[in-house]
Design a protein around this ligand. Structure first.
Ligand SMILES: [Zn+2]
Length: 291
């Protein structure tokens, strides 16, 4: 599509391109981005006061004078714009949301051929107003009423784009994708960790652990009047041997490291996953640490 003259927002560009064809017009506006449609609907070129607008001569009873496009029509008919490019009146609604006029639509012969839509209104300006005036009959036509409904709906949806079903679905989709990316990252990190440590994949549930038992319940801070509970990662430990003796030795080494200044005699609870080497209270790491 050719560029607008002097950067003006002017639907005359679309009319020129359609070249008198309803089909071409429909296809052109169908491919206009919503932003552009909104621009045409709300920010169309408006002539300034004092601009000389299009005029044509009228001859009556041997007398000839000029009638011109009247600026105040633009205020009276909100769908009407003046195309600087085509020097005449056009209907923003019918151009952007075109419907072919129906028979018996109350349109004058001139309008059925697409005045305001496929060509600019340039004459006769002397018959613009009044009950059967060109502007009035266009306003009342079924084609125009429908186009206006669609234009209003378009603007409402445009202003509330966050409430539109399509953008809500898009938002939900994006949210789900973000969540899945996060989950995938965690899975990869876990697999990497297990592989590096030579640990098996295991599925188990911790809900069999009975926290009311004496050996798991000692964390209740009854001896101190003002307990401060802090949760932190103490260390990653490389294991040379993965048996109960080796693991518990490493754990105790880590806990007694001078940098931690922890008193291991005050340990009041242990928790492990369900692997027997860790949790067995006969020969597992749990038993060894208790010793
Ligand atoms: Zn119209």
């Amino acid at each position: 599509m050719e560029e607008e003259v002097d950067g003006l927002i002017d639907l005359g560009v679309v009319i020129r391109e359609a070249n008198g064809s309803w089909d071409k017009l429909r296809s052109l506006v169908q491919h206009l981005p919503d932003e552009k449609k909104k621009q045409y609907l709300s920010h169309h070129f408006k002539p300034s006061h004092g601009d000389t607008l299009h005029s044509h001569p009228v001859t009556k009873k041997g007398r000839t004078w000029k009638v011109s496009f009247q600026q105040h029509w633009l205020l009276e008919f909100t769908w009407l714009s003046y195309s600087h490019l085509l020097s005449g009146g056009i209907c923003r609604h019918c151009i952007l949301f075109p419907e072919q006029p129906e028979r018996g639509d109350g349109l004058g012969q001139g309008n059925r051929s697409g005045t305001f839509i496929l060509s600019a209104y340039q004459h006769p300006y002397s018959k613009a107003l009044g009950k059967d005036g060109v502007l009035v009959s266009h306003s009342k036509s079924i084609m125009h009423v429908r186009a206006t409904e669609r234009a209003d709906l378009f603007l409402r949806n445009f202003h509330h784009s966050s409430e539109r079903i399509d953008s809500r679905l898009l938002q939900q989709g994006n949210h789900l994708a973000d969540e899945n990316k996060h989950i995938l990252t965690q899975i990869v990190l876990t697999v990497e960790f297990l592989a590096k440590q030579g640990l098996p994949f295991r599925g188990h549930r911790d809900d069999k652990v009975d926290f009311s038992r004496e050996d798991t319940n000692r964390a209740s801070p009854s001896s101190s009047s003002n307990p401060q509970i802090k949760e932190c990662l103490v260390s990653f430990i490389h294991l040379d041997r993965a048996n109960a003796v080796g693991i518990s030795k490493k754990i105790l080494e880590a806990l007694t490291h001078p940098s931690l200044s922890l008193n291991i005699h005050k340990i009041c609870g242990q928790a492990y996953d369900g692997a027997a080497v860790m949790s067995s209270d006969k020969a597992g790491v749990q038993a060894k640490i208790k010793e």
